[in-house]
Design a protein around this ligand. Structure first.
Ligand SMILES: [Zn+2]
Length: 393
């Protein structure tokens, strides 16, 4: 319920959390040429509300995520990936532009819009001759909010029915239209079939792990005591269908598959049921897996710190394409290819409202009370903190 309210509530961005990588080392190996094999395809899978530590490849022995774990064995697992915000729309807007919420203007769900002036990854790839389609699972990411920029097709849930409700915002609070993983995967497979001659960009968004936790059969029965994990398991199976679809289309070797969460889920930690308020690891530490057989070593892990804003810059460099013109994130592609760790600036996460300030003073990663003057793009951070010094959960 908290998440739903946060989803469409009025917001005030009041803070930024600074995270600094530790154990950095320099490297300068450029991403090597692909040798003229043609431009790779890109499949970006965003997993809503998915904690890293609920996947097998992140150490959860009880996880039922065989397909994501297989993707991890075939690709690179990022150990320290962080969302820019514990909220769906801001996090996605930043991943798809490489820019932080104060730059995109998308600081919360619902009442915000990604401006036309922003250059999305889809727009950028279309300008490079790519085809681009999207299949999203939730109305939170409705195309009308600006995320459809650049896509030739944008499959999404229908807008909520507002009949009998005077205030649209209130109507949206009642229920977020969404589509199950199986349906989203069906459309993704259709898109792969339509675009397989390439090069193409496909963005697939799964909303299933978001509350309420109501996995479909057979996961409902198998995960009766932990339905959140049942939702993740259901999503995992759908992701497996997409991976299989790429294989059936014969494009695995020339397709980058990147799977990342927009944020995690608190599951009661720190007194937060879902997500959207606090800036703890529970909602900020996200899984990130990238598979690209042509360049990335299978079964490797990346120890450096990365943010959602680094995703698009990194993918574009791996694809040997020009960078997004105004991205604030940094590519770590060279380090990935070299098997090293990129040196980088601090990354930020932004919360909403006033309430997260108290817990920050009580042991969050970050020191002191954050303020607007610490938001990236406005002023440089003054009080960075080292993750290694931060208390564990
Ligand atoms: Zn989300």
């Amino acid at each position: 319920m908290t998440a739903v309210r946060r989803t469409f509530g009025t917001s005030i961005v009041s803070g930024a959390l600074t995270l600094v990588a530790f154990g950095c080392s320099k490297q300068a190996t450029p991403v090597s040429s692909g040798g003229g094999r043609g431009r790779p395809n890109l499949v970006l899978i965003t997993m809503d509300t998915t904690r890293a530590d609920h996947l097998g490849c992140y150490g959860d022995r009880d996880a039922a995520t065989p397909r994501l774990d297989a993707l991890a064995r075939d690709g690179v697992v990022f150990d320290h990936a962080f969302a820019v915000a514990p909220l769906t729309f801001p996090s996605h807007a930043s991943m798809l532009t490489g820019r932080y919420p104060p730059a995109t203007g998308v600081r919360d769900n619902g009442d915000f819009r990604l401006p036309e002036a922003e250059t999305t990854l889809a727009e950028h790839l279309r300008a490079q001759g790519y085809r681009a389609r999207a299949s999203v699972g939730s109305f939170v990411l409705a195309g009308e909010l600006g995320l459809a920029q650049g896509f030739e097709a944008y499959a999404e849930p229908p807008a909520p029915r507002l009949a009998g409700v005077a205030d649209p915002a209130v109507a949206r609070l009642e229920r977020i239209p969404q589509r199950p993983a199986a349906r989203v995967a069906d459309e993704a497979l259709t898109a792969i079939d339509a675009m397989k001659s390439g090069p193409f960009f496909l963005w697939v968004h799964f909303f299933d792990p978001h509350s309420p936790y109501t996995p479909p059969p057979p996961y409902a029965e198998a995960f009766k005591s932990r339905p959140y994990d049942g939702e993740i398991a259901s999503m995992d199976a759908a992701i497996g269908r997409i991976v299989d679809g790429l294989s059936a289309a014969g494009v695995t070797d020339r397709t980058i598959v990147a799977a990342i969460a927009d944020h995690g889920e608190s599951l009661g930690e720190h007194g937060e049921a879902t997500h959207g308020i606090y800036l703890y690891d529970a909602t900020l530490h996200v899984p990130l897996i990238v598979r690209y057989p042509a360049k990335l070593r299978a079964g490797s892990r990346y120890a450096g710190l990365v943010s959602g804003v680094d995703l698009a810059p990194t993918l574009l460099e791996l694809m040997e394409l020009p960078p997004l013109p105004a991205a604030q994130g940094s590519s770590v592609a060279s380090a990935l290819v070299a098997g090293s760790v990129a040196e980088r600036e601090p990354v930020y996460a932004l919360g909403i409202g006033e309430v997260h300030r108290g817990p920050r003073a009580g042991g969050l990663r970050g020191r002191g009370r954050p303020g607007r003057d610490e938001e990236p793009g406005e002023r440089a951070p003054r009080r960075p903190c080292r993750l290694a010094e931060a208390p564990r959960r």
